[in-house]
Ligand binder design. Structure first.
Ligand code: HEM
Length: 133
């Protein structure tokens, strides 16, 4: 049993479900406007963004534990990782704003649209990071 591969695979499972939560949660909220549902979806999306940041950092931690350094990535891959981290920070903040600032219906619709775009951008950056690293 290769423990390093097992650790990466377990982290990737969590990371993949986090991606589903942030993108799928925002898509559902755009389609389903009922207040109680929107609040539950905002929690799912908030937790999803936190999970993405934590599991993303765990990838780096596993590499550091096994090799004593972080993966050697350059150029486009670093930019793609930066975009993902920025999306996670913005997405978390926006989901928290939806939950605690009690915005109007129009503002919340714009916020959900922005959350969906952030999720799609992060998902696209993941593909770039994967193939340019
Ligand atoms: C702080 C935020 C994040 C960090 C540090 C991070 C980091 C990483 C790392 C290191 C990998 C492995 C790359 C590889 O070697 O193949 C990865 C994969 C992946 N990430 Fe993230 N990530 C973050 C946020 C996100 C977000 C927000 C999404 C989606 C909404 C996402 C979706 C994915 C997907 C789908 C993969 C698998 C790519 C593939 O193998 O094809 N990540 N991420």
């Amino acid at each position: 049993m290769d423990w390093q591969n097992l650790a990466y695979a377990a982290t990737q499972i969590v990371h993949n479900f986090g991606a589903v939560a942030v993108v799928g949660g925002a898509a559902c909220a755009l389609a389903w406007r009922e207040a109680a549902v929107q609040r539950r979806l905002a929690w799912i999306v908030l937790i999803g963004w936190a999970i993405q940041a934590a599991s993303g950092a765990t990838f780096g931690a596993i590499s550091f534990y096994h090799y004593g350094k972080f993966p050697d990535i350059h150029g486009i891959a670093v930019a793609a990782l930066g975009v993902k981290m920025a999306c996670a920070a913005l997405g978390f903040t926006l989901a928290a704003w939806l939950l605690f600032a009690h915005p109007s219906s129009a503002s919340s619709r714009h916020a959900w649209l922005a959350l969906f775009v952030l999720g799609a951008l992060a998902l696209s950056s993941a593909a770039v990071l994967r193939w340019f690293s």
